[in-house]
Design a protein around this ligand. Structure first.
Ligand code: GLU
Length: 268
């Protein structure tokens, strides 16, 4: 009898441990009582510190809050950069990334992505009247962007003769433009719009040229956790269908959601 009890106890321990090891993000977040979301803190409109409240705010921050609401838990934010976001998610220090991150096949090796939740492309931000209208005009010229971004690689591909300087964050690249150290800043047009809008003299700057890349943003989610990924995808689609997405888009971008891109929607 004693032996049977011991065996039963061992079996239960095994089942319990296996359960814990396999527990997915959904269970982990609910047990912990909060969703830990990685966001930017210096990207105006997407993830930045509100100068009045000193709180993190922006489109990506609101997307995290909506997903937190659907999970029934509050959100804790951790600041990520373009270079640190994928390692931070892969190591488990955040549950999810909402960080102006383009879904690229090469980024799929260590993490998974949600469906596209924002569509953009790359352009140039220059001083008004600079005469720079396209990537061709940047031959032998310095252009600023950010380390670990798609923007760095895309610019080198678009004009291999440009001299790309990668900073840690976009405001540093913009500062270099203001100081005349670079001739342009290049990244996704929404981020450029945020830099321009956040300046004391926005009329001094212009966003020029055609889009020279496609930047479909995906939320970063842990590798191989389909229950969590399904939940995140369903949440995004619900936000699209009930109008929350359009409200957030208008709130941050300042104009109505254009019909040039639509979120992928799956029937129930
Ligand atoms: N969306 C691009 C990327 O994921 C550029 C913006 C960024 O650096 O986050 O690399």
């Amino acid at each position: 009898m004693k032996r049977l009890t011991t065996i039963l106890a061992l079996m239960l321990t095994f089942v319990f441990c296996a359960g814990v090891a396999n527990a997915g993000k959904l269970e982990e977040i609910k047990e912990r009582g909060k969703l830990i979301c990685g966001v930017k803190d210096s990207v105006n409109l997407f993830g930045f510190i509100d100068p009045d409240t000193k709180e993190l705010t922006g489109f990506d921050v609101d997307i995290c809050k909506e997903i937190g609401k659907k999970l029934g838990v509050p959100v804790e934010f951790k600041v990520v950069s373009s270079a640190t976001r994928i390692p931070m998610l892969a190591q488990g220090s955040v549950d999810m990334l909402a960080a102006t991150m383009t879904h690229k096949h090469s980024r799929d090796e260590k993490i998974d992505f949600s469906i596209t939740y924002f569509m953009d492309g790359q352009k140039l931000l220059v001083k008004k009247g600079s005469g720079i209208n396209s990537t061709d005009d940047l031959t032998n010229q310095k252009v600023g962007t950010v380390k670990g971004s798609t923007s760095e690689k895309n610019m080198k591909n678009a004009n291999p003769k440009s001299r790309v300087i990668a900073y840690d964050e976009y405001p540093q690249a913009f500062m270099a433009l203001k100081q005349g150290k670079v001739k342009a800043v290049t990244t996704d047009s929404g981020i450029l719009a945020g830099l321009k809008a956040g300046d004391d003299n926005p009329e001094n700057w212009e966003i020029v040229g055609e889009f020279f890349s496609l930047e479909p943003y995906g939320l970063g989610v842990p590798e191989n956790d389909s229950a969590f990924r399904d939940f995140v995808n369903k949440s995004l689609q619900q936000m699209w269908l009930d109008g929350t997405y359009a409200t957030l888009f208008k709130k941050w971008m300042g104009y109505d959601l254009p019909n040039t891109w639509k979120m992928e929607i799956w029937p129930m």
